[in-house]
Every structure is written in structure tokens, then in C-alpha cells.
Design a protein around this ligand. Sequence first.
Ligand SMILES: *[C@@H]1O[C@H](CO)[C@@H](O)[C@H](O)[C@H]1NC(C)=O
Ligand SMILES: *[C@@H]1O[C@H](CO)[C@@H](O)[C@H](O)[C@H]1NC(C)=O
Length: 696
Amino acid sequence: MKKVAEFDFWGLPLKQKGTLIFALICTLVTLCTIVNWIHLQLPRGTPFYHRSFLSTASNVTISAYLRTLTRQPHLAGTPPSLSTANFVLSQFQSFGLETSTARFQALLSYPLHSSLSLHFRNGTAVGLPLAEPGSSAVVPPYHAYSPSGSVTSTAVFANYGREEDYEALIKLGVDVAGSVVVVRKGDDLSRGAVVRVAQRVGAAAVLIYAEDDRTVKSGVERGTVIEGVGDPQSPGWAVDADNGGEILGLDDPEVSGRFPRIPSLPLSLECAEKILGEIGGPPLPAEWRESLRSRIPGVGPGPAVLKLTYQGEKKIATIQNVFAIIRGSKEPDRYVLLGNHRDAWAYGAVDPNSGTAALLDIARRYSLIMRMGWKPRRTIILCSWDAEEFGMMGSTEWVERNIVNVGSKSVAYLNVDCAVQGPGLFARSTPQLDDLLVEITKKVKDPDTTGATVYKTWTEANKGINIERLSGVDSDYSPFLQYAGIPSVDIYYGRDFPVYHTAYDTYDWMAKNGDPTFQRHVSASGIWGLLALHLADDPIIPFNYVSYAIQLQGYVDVLSKLLSGSISLHPLSSSIQALHSAAKEVQAKAAELRSPVSIEEDAVLMRRAVNDQLMLAERGFLDADGLQGRKWFKHLIYGPHGDYGSKLRFFPSIADAMKLVESRDIKESEGNAVIQHEIWRVSRAIQRAADALRGI
Ligand SMILES: *[C@@H]1O[C@H](CO)[C@@H](O)[C@H](O)[C@H]1NC(C)=O
Ligand SMILES: *[C@@H]1O[C@H](CO)[C@@H](O)[C@H](O)[C@H]1NC(C)=O
């Protein structure tokens, strides 16, 4: 019998077994090394994490966040508003993120009582409903910061309530002094501006309604009529909720000047039609009639008489911002901020909690990729603001409080207010962010077209790239850009949604109309979150200032067509030229530093230096004196114009000076000198930006 022991089960002689085991071990070690090497080579770098961020999106979690956030109406300063703050905080904590809160005191405004009745010539009268039917859980429609008052007077229809509309009324022989003017909301004037123009022409009260052709007829648009941004009693500083601080008196002109002096109320289209059907007088000018949805026999005044009462209170309330902070691994002192407000007039499903739901989903996905090993290079801060609806109170107080840190260390502020109102991407930004924004849309799937990127549908819909600018004062980017000079973005899906600021802006409206599959939320959060990842992770900040220079030159070309030849635009052109060449220089330098030739300490410091130039250049556009009469607004390229319309959506101080000349309140030569001075001021701002970009 053969000795079995001499052979192993492979049938090899025992003598060779040792060699075989050795060879096996060698192979194993080699295999392990290869696997390990492959593992290290796997896309673990930023693109890997960025892709993981995109692939972990979930319309299910986003819709669940939205449902919870919109269970109750949550007007700023009320207890349900505090529960939404706690919900956001607890979600951030459940993701394992570092969190903080900032509580401030701010003057808010609430309604106590309002009524409106229509009195006919035959002596009878009817009361008009001011609220949506069945909306008793929601704050009654009102204009925050409207003064209290009672007015009984004839009604006049004043179209959009612009200066030219009152001029048209004068031509018809209609004097609005002492009347209640009824105004339809247009695109040119903010709600507050409508009231201020009416006040200037002597109206006694204002009623404003929205008549978009998709408007739910009984919906009423609540809103603020305060002028400017932030807490009126602490202009330029913040009052900590726990420790208190200086507050100006309500009769201080700087405070009282921000409130209108005549009462105003919002109306439903239904209610407005009842009133407007009862006024006679001369027929409407043809150009008013063209775009009108309702039949209005005349502009008034009367014969119908309106009796309007509004009583409200201004009250110091505690507002609360909530933050999640992801510390940067290499540059913790550089911040990329994502912000959205949380407070709403009613349930706020579109405005603003579609954005809050997106923010929470971004937090969830950032925490997932952190568990996979990601740490951002720079610090990312997710911000949930309070009391935006009253005039950007939460964000403004926070920026004012932290102006040194936020102003000197923020790379960019990425705002989303109403993330989803309907179909189609809309984007606004400062121009150095254009390229990044476009690149990001190529990486995110379109929510409505299978197989397409956002880029494809967005550029097809706009026949090219359409990025608007940030001169408006309509969301929380205002303090970051217009006060602190931080490059900013604002993105949203859809626009002009019919339930804006009404009791009908609910989860059900969103699920039925705004975003039935919540895929638009997924795309909006993808663009938003990926923008932040690039700004936080790219070794060189992905800004292109050449776009800025080109955009500014475009503005000068527009100006040159509007201004008389005696005004020189040369200072602007030459500072823009300086910005253009600085932009190209820094671009070349950045390209050099982007290539990973050297990881020496010197290269690290050189990158940091170039990044600081890129980060700080926008601050050059700030001017310590700010805009005339609105000195809080420091940015001379983007900001609000004086309240009565302008052809320009840029260079606000120049636009104001041009308006002054148009108004003929001063001699032409003096007016031209004012315009020239503003041109110089803007030119110096552009030169400052160029110098900051170039470095010394
Ligand atoms: C009074 O006039 C209004 C409006 O024209 C009309 O609706 C109402 O029926 C009239 N009432 C009486 C009692 O005539
Ligand atoms: C999520 O998206 C899928 C695919 O579009 C859809 O079938 C599903 O109903 C969506 N879920 C929610 C909660 O909207």
C-alpha cells in the first residue's frame, strides 16, 4: 500500500509542499499589495465624494422634511416657528453634525384687527372678507409694519401704483389726495415702494392685490412694507436675545423713516373685483386695460366709498438662526455658506421650506460622505435663517454681528429661498461664479427630462446661458452681497407661483402642483450642494473674474447709450480694463498652482495667497459711504435703486443720480456733475477690486 502521507491532496510530493506554500504566500502578498494599491487608486478623491453626494439624493427624505416643516403655520416670533427651529436643529444633530444657534431681538409686526367695507350710493354697504375662507389657523392677511389707522374715502384705481400711473391719473383729471388707492401688483415696484409712492402723492390708504392669471381668486398675498433690510432699531448692529444691547427708540427718525405713514392692506383678486366693479369716473387708459384681467369700468374716484380699519402692533420678538458647521480640514478659517430662511407667512411649503427641506437633505448627504471619509478643505456652514419675511432680519443681524469674521473669511454665500415653485431652473449670481454654476448644471440630472442634464434643458429653455444678477432686495443674499461684499448665488426652480404668501402655499399644493415627484427638489439640492462642495474642496477657488470684467463693460455700453455726451465714462472703462488684466493675471497664476507640480509648503502658501485675492476682490466694490440716503447698502455694482423704477439693474448710485436729473429737481449741469461724481465713485470701487485681485 502506498503511503498516503507522502502526498498531499493535490497529489504533490510532500517535499515540494513547503515550496508551494511559500509561493502561495508570495502570491497572496502580491495580490494584497495590488488590491491595496488599486484601492488607494480608486476615486477616493474629491470627485468620488462629490459623485457620492449626488447619488445619495432622495426625493423621499426631502418630501418627508417638507411635510414636517409645514405641519403648522410658522410666522417668525411665534411658538410654532420655534418648533421648526428645533426640528432643523435636531435633524442637524441626528446627522452627527456640529451645530449652533444665534438668537437675536428684532422688531416684528403683527395684526390685531382689520376690517373693510364697501358703501354704495344707495346707502347700503357690504363687508368684504380680508382673509382666505377657512384659513383661521393662519395669520390674517396684513402688511407688516403698516401703521394702524381708519380711513373712510372714495376708491381710485391706480394701476401698478408707479409714478407714471399717478401722472396718467392727473391727465385724466383725477386727484388721488385723500383717497383709498387700489393697486394691482406689478414687477416694477416692491410692495413697500407701492405704499411710499402712494403716500407721496397724498393717498390716505392703499389696497394691493395680485392678478396673475393663475392666481387663486381668494388668495391674499401677505408681505412686509418696511424699507431697507434688518432690524430697524439696531441699524448696523445686532441685539443679542439673552444679553440685550442698544436699541433706538421707535420715534428716532432713522427708525420711523423705515415705516410707511399711511395704512395698507392686501386684498384677494375676488375682493378687489368687487370694489373695482363699483367705481366710475373716466375710463382706464388703453395701456392699462391691455394687460388687465378684470373688467374695471372707470378709475374713480368713487362713487363707491371704502371704510378701512387696520390695527397692528410692533413688537420686539426673539428670532433664532440655526447652523450646522463642518470644519475644514486644511483651511478651517475659510467659510462657504449655504443659507435659507425658515419662517413663513403661513405654512410656507414653497416659500421657504422647499429650500429648508433641500438644506436638510444636503446636511444628511454631507454627513453620509463624511462617514465615507470626506472632510472639506474649507469650512462649510449650513444656515437656517429666521424672520426673512419681515426684511431679512435673521441673516442681517447675524452678518452685522459677525462682520469681521464673515466679511474677511467667507468665500461665497449660496442662497436658496423658494427652492421649488414649479418647472425650470432660474439662477442669479455675481459674475465670477458664472462658470462654476454652468459647470455644475452639467453634472446634475434634469428633474423633468429623462436622460438630460440640467444644463441641457436650462440652456435650451433660455436659448443660451441666462444668469441674472443680484440687485434686488428680496432674500437673504442681500446682507452678504450688498453689505458685506461676499460673492453670492441664488437659485430656484420655477417662478411666479400663484399661491405666493397666501394660506394656500401648503405641502398639498407642492405635491399636486409645484413638484409632484419631488425630483425638482432633488435637482435644486444637487446644484446647491455641489456648488458648495467645489467652493469648499477645490484647491484653487473656482472664480473667474474675466466674466466680471466683461459683464461690467456690458453695463458701460448700456450707460453710454443713456447718458449725454458731456459725461465721461472713461474712468469706468479704464478701471474695468485694470480689472480685466488683473483677472487674466490671476487666472494664469491659478492655472500654474492648480497643476500638482509641487506640494512644498511654499506652494501651499502661494495657493492660499491667490485664493485670498480671489476671495477678497468682491469686497472692493463696497464703499464706506454706501448709497445716498441708504448708506447700509455698500455695494456699488449691485443693489437697490431709489424706489421709483429705473432702466438700470446695476450701478445703483449712478441710476439714482440719473433719476435725479430726469426728475428735473436740479439744473442739468448740476445733475450731470452728480452723475459724473457717481461714475468716479464706481470707477474707484472697480479699481479697488482690481487691486485686491492682483495683490500687491
Ligand atoms: C345698492 O347698490 C348696490 C351696488 O350697486 C347693489 O348691489 C344693491 O343691491 C343696492 N341695494 C339696494 C337696496 O338697492
Ligand atoms: C420619488 O421619485 C419617484 C420617481 O420619479 C416617484 O415614483 C416617487 O413617487 C417619488 N416619491 C415621492 C415621495 O415623491
